[in-house]
Design a protein around this ligand. Sequence first.
Ligand code: AMP
Length: 249
Amino acid sequence: MKILVPVKRVVDYNVKIRVNPDGSGVDLTNVKMSMNPFDEISVEEALRIKEGGDAREIVVVSIGPAKAEETLRTALAMGADRAILVETDDAVEPLAVAKILKGVADAEKPGLIIVGKQAIDDDSNQTGQMLAALAGVGQATFASAIELFSDKARVTREIDGGLQTIEIKLPAVVTTDLRLNEPRYASLPNIMKAKKKPLEKKSPADFGVSTAPRLKVLRTEEPSGRKAGVKVKSVAELVDKLKNEAGVL
Ligand code: AMP
């Protein structure tokens, strides 16, 4: 079985985001970019499945600028076999990403597609679900455990207040949640080896997909700063403040 893993290049999760003064978006000048953390989890899971003997090839795909090649090389250094870069300088919205991924899936015919539950830049949480619908296959979202059988997967899902275990037929789309695994680091020799692994370049037009935006961002704002705290002298004063100032009791 082949596993397809989409990986997105996003602002590194450690970076303190700066909003453009005109509110038009986030300032990306000289900002460190990395693989979306949920996609690292997806790559790790695909590697574990392959190491367990249930997959023979892992193909990673990224839709983004030429620099997204770095993200793909990171996935190759972790252990993926092959990469596809669908190159575009446009900010591609989830529906267009899902349509491109459907095109890649039609060509590659993976038995399993492991998608991150959300990209930490746009927080859309849409791509995996739309991809499953477009591809006409089942989906198991927010996975915290995946077990494979010959033609099906048993997936434990993180739901409100607990865990739900479901079974879906393959091929399918699974989206990864934080607790699924802890991704490995790429070793230096593997980073060197990854430079020689195959990376194919495509464009959205190769899949007949337009990347023209469907929505317009009206405004981007930083979260409002937190108010300074106060020290209380007694439990009675705390209760009074919670009741009469914060209004939470
Ligand atoms: P989103 O729906 O934007 O929150 O993204 C969910 C997941 O879809 C991500 O974790 C990736 O696995 C995948 N994805 C979204 N955008 C891209 C992209 N430009 N290239 C590759 N994968 C993507």
